[in-house]
Design a protein around this ligand. Structure first.
Ligand SMILES: *Cc1c(COP(=O)(O)O)cnc(C)c1O
Length: 224
């Protein structure tokens, strides 16, 4: 099966409102070009350097999503072109994105990353921390970083009930934020959840954005 067929299979099983982000990290420009030639335009990367290099090498109508942990001192490299940052995990990062978006005369859409998995190592907020950010008086001054939804990663486990419950938690967080702070904001609509091993569950639980790598591009070689 080629890349086009793999993308089509996923597309066919997802609702119209769901965006498929093809996670191309570690894969070469040639592989991304194959996917681009089937008409796919949305790609996700988790490292700034790799993201910038691929942006420079590939067609400019590609929408690049930053899906990995983002250090504040690297925001400036992606601010000129990034379409969506999935991984905002602090107010300071949001402020930095705002600053560089403004410098580039752009508005950068952002997702608030929640910690929903049990694993300790994952980045992200809990609901209370997010409420503190949203109620932070300084948020009013932030006009060039636009919060458009939430993102989360479920635990890496075979236990589908556990995965489903974690997705339910993220959906509940989204609903509460929508109801309380974003009820009159049509931009706030994205729930980024679901990867190769759990995307079908994520769809059932209301995902609007899937981040899928392995199912499309095959296994990644171990990056040393
Ligand atoms: C690598 C990665 C993915 C894609 O993972 P696959 O299991 O290959 O589909 C999704 N989200 C994030 C944040 C990632 O780093």
């Amino acid at each position: 099966m080629d890349i086009c067929e793999r993308i089509n299979i996923i597309d066919k099983q997802t609702p119209d409102y769901t965006t498929l982000v093809a996670v191309s990290k570690t894969h070469p420009v040639e592989t991304i070009t194959d996917a681009y030639k089937c008409g796919h335009k949305v790609f996700g990367e988790n490292k700034v350097q790799e993201l910038v290099a691929k942006y420079e090498a590939l067609p400019k109508d590609i929408q690049w999503h930053m899906i990995g942990h983002l250090q504040r001192n690297k925001v400036k490299y992606i601010a000129p072109f990034v379409s969506l940052i999935h991984s905002v995990d602090s107010f300071k990062l949001l402020r930095e994105i705002d600053k560089h978006a403004k410098n580039n005369n752009r508005v950068i859409p952002c997702l608030l990353q929640f910690h929903i998995a049990e694993e300790e190592t994952k980045f992200g907020f809990d609901l209370e921390e997010v409420c503190q950010i949203i109620e932070n008086k300084e948020l009013i001054a932030i006009k060039n970083a636009n919060i458009v939804g939430v993102m989360g990663m479920a635990s890496f486990t075979e236990d589908t009930n556990k995965i489903r419950n974690e997705f339910k938690i993220l959906k509940k967080y989204f609903d509460r934020l929508k109801e309380r702070y974003f009820f009159d904001n049509d931009d706030f609509k994205e729930i980024s959840m679901g990867m190769t091993n759990d995307w079908q569950i994520a769809i059932e639980e209301g995902s609007t954005m899937l981040r899928i790598g392995t199912s499309i591009f095959g296994l990644r070689s171990c990056a040393l």
